[in-house]
Design a protein around this ligand. Structure first.
Ligand SMILES: Nc1ncnc2c1ncn2[C@@H]1O[C@H](COP(=O)(O)OP(=O)(O)OP(=O)(O)O)[C@@H](O)[C@H]1O
Ligand SMILES: [Mg+2]
Length: 518
């Protein structure tokens, strides 16, 4: 792409200007007559095609997406070459670079594509104003004009597709990712209506800093990359371009950290869906429709939304029967109950539809991620393959996980003499990566004290591990004592019966009954 002398363009502009001035002095009827025929003749000889892209279009006067994409495309390609550029702070605060350079009015640049030349100009259409000014006003509608030779007409489609795709790519790579959370539905209407609110997502976690077995990590990375580039494959097999991930494991094992690493790896936004704030299935669907592609839709601690199957309704009914409502002020008849408003009526089937109903196909390129501490509590329908395609267990810290944490936190690897002790202890007790990480936090960041820090941290970790091991041993002893006691001394109301060397605990009443019967 390069800047070209205005040439043809300036000649045409001069002629047009003269024609416009001259036409002011013609009677209107004569003007229309000439305009009609001169235009026809002009168009016959004019060898170029012009296409305009307005900044605002449609009935609702929304900013045209294509206009913005063209601006991004031209900005990326002309910043070095154009002579007059406008620097503006981007309205979208989600951009990495606050400033956007775009073509100034009437600046012309050329672009080469498939052996053809394309001219772009940024233009402003002046509107009727009461005051005359030489400069275009801020409110004047802007547009880009694309000019190409007639003989390249067949390239228009492919060239515009190229501009759109390239522009979008640049937009995606230069944007800052966002972390969305759903608003309560009372905020969905009115002037500032919005279903989701967001902030810039700047979590530093990556797959390099995530501690887990290297093989497992590799497999997840491969899966994510396959998904990202799988648009055509998903289309070919007739499947919506989305994938479900279930992350499960005890607290502090890195489930949320992995979500951040996934978003950073894929360059996706995160929609953190708080299910308890969603009133019903209709709201859930609306939230889904308002998400954008290239995103992770996350529902954390899905097991805590235990009433997906409607148990919650029952509980409310029970409470009302128990007369708890008597303590509250009387409720106006007919008005929705406060409690009803607060309670989420999202059902399991609503959630299943959210994941893979017809509506879930809007847009594509979404990952749905559930996390849970209690995978066994979840309804099998919710996590079956096809819905939650990949189940990933994040568990207690093993030696491999520890090595990653030690490298990240202390910059040491397996050559350290204390590693062997840690390895043995990790094999004997359960500790979460979060607890290990806490023990590996150096007391200072000075490189001179690095060695001393490392030693202190590892010794601290060994001490913590020995403590856990000791507690576990005491617990195990207590448990075995309890078991023996239970065997020897049956609970109240129960008696121990010995038959043919086997001990059985029986309800006292039933035993009595039997003895009475004898
Ligand atoms: N696998 C891991 N790799 C690196 N850091 C980890 C890992 N697991 C835990 N951590 C550290 O522990 C902290 C807590 O981890 P995280 O919030 O990801 O746990 P979680 O599994 O989501 O817990 P919960 O189930 O309670 O939500 C993180 O900030 C991180 O510093
Ligand atoms: Mg978490």
């Amino acid at each position: 792409m390069g800047v070209e002398g205005v040439g043809w363009g300036s000649a045409v502009a001069s002629l047009m200007f003269l024609w416009a001035v001259a036409s002011q002095y013609f009677p209107y009827g004569l003007y229309m007559y000439y305009h009609k025929y001169v235009d026809k003749v002009w168009r016959f000889f004019y060898p170029y095609i012009e296409i305009t892209f307005q900044e605002y279009s449609g009935e609702r006067m929304r900013r045209s997406e294509m206009y913005t994409t063209i601006r991004t495309y031209l900005s990326a390609n002309t910043a070095q070459q154009a002579k007059r550029l406008v620097a503006a702070e981007h309205g979208d605060k989600g951009r990495k670079h606050g400033l956007v350079l775009s073509l100034d009015d009437f600046e012309q640049v050329t672009d080469d594509f498939d052996g053809a030349k394309f001219w772009w100009t940024s233009q402003t259409k002046s509107t009727e104003k009461s005051t005359i000014s030489w400069y275009p006003s801020q409110e004047d509608p802007r547009y880009y004009q694309l000019t190409l030779h007639r003989r390249h007409r067949h390239l228009v489609d492919s060239y515009l597709r190229h501009v759109r795709d390239r522009g979008k790519e640049i937009e995606v790579s230069s944007r800052q990712r966002k972390l969305f959370t759903n608003n309560p539905s009372s905020n969905w209407y009115g002037y500032k209506k919005s279903v989701w609110s967001h902030m810039v997502f700047e979590h530093p976690a990556t797959f390099d800093t995530l501690a887990m077995e290297p093989g497992k990590k590799e497999e997840i990375l491969r899966d994510l990359d396959r998904f990202r580039t799988g648009k055509d494959f998903y289309r070919k097999i007739g499947k919506t371009w989305k994938r479900g991930y279930l992350l499960y494991g005890p607290p502090g094992t890195g489930k949320s950290t992995m979500i951040a690493a996934m978003a950073n790896h894929l360059d996706y936004d995160i929609y953190d869906l708080e299910l308890t704030a969603v009133k019903d299935n209709t709201e859930l669907r609306k939230l889904l429709i308002e998400t954008t592609p290239k995103s992770l839709i996350v529902i954390e601690d899905i097991d805590c939304s235990e009433d997906l199957s409607g148990k919650r309704k029952k509980k409310v009914a029970e409470k009302t029967e128990e007369g708890e409502s008597d303590q509250n002020p009387p409720h106006p008849p007919g008005a929705p109950k406060e409690e009803d408003n607060k309670i989420s009526k999202v059902t399991l089937s609503g959630l299943l539809n959210f994941i893979d109903g017809l509506w879930s196909s809007c847009g594509g390129e979404r990952l749905i991620v559930f996390t849970t501490n209690h995978v066994e509590k979840l309804d099998p329908a919710l996590i079956r393959r096809g819905r939650m395609d990949k189940h990933i267990e994040l568990s207690y810290c093993c030696y491999e996980t520890f090595k990653v944490l030690a490298k990240n936190y202390l910059g040491v690897d397996s050559g350290h003499p204390l590693f062997e002790t840690v390895r043995e202890l990790l094999g004997e007790c359960k500790i979460t990566p979060a607890d290990v990480a806490e023990n590996l936090m150096p007391k200072s960041y000075s490189s001179e004290e690095a060695e001393e820090n490392t030693r202190q941290c590892l010794e601290g970790l060994i001490e913590a591990l020995e403590k856990i091991k000791g507690e576990a041993a005491i617990q195990a002893e207590e448990n075995s004592e309890e078991k023996t006691e239970a065997k020897e001394k049956p609970a109240e109301g129960k008696v121990l019966e010995k038959t043919e060397g086997k001990e059985t605990v029986k309800e006292e009443s039933s035993w009595k009954g039997i003895s009475n019967g004898i």
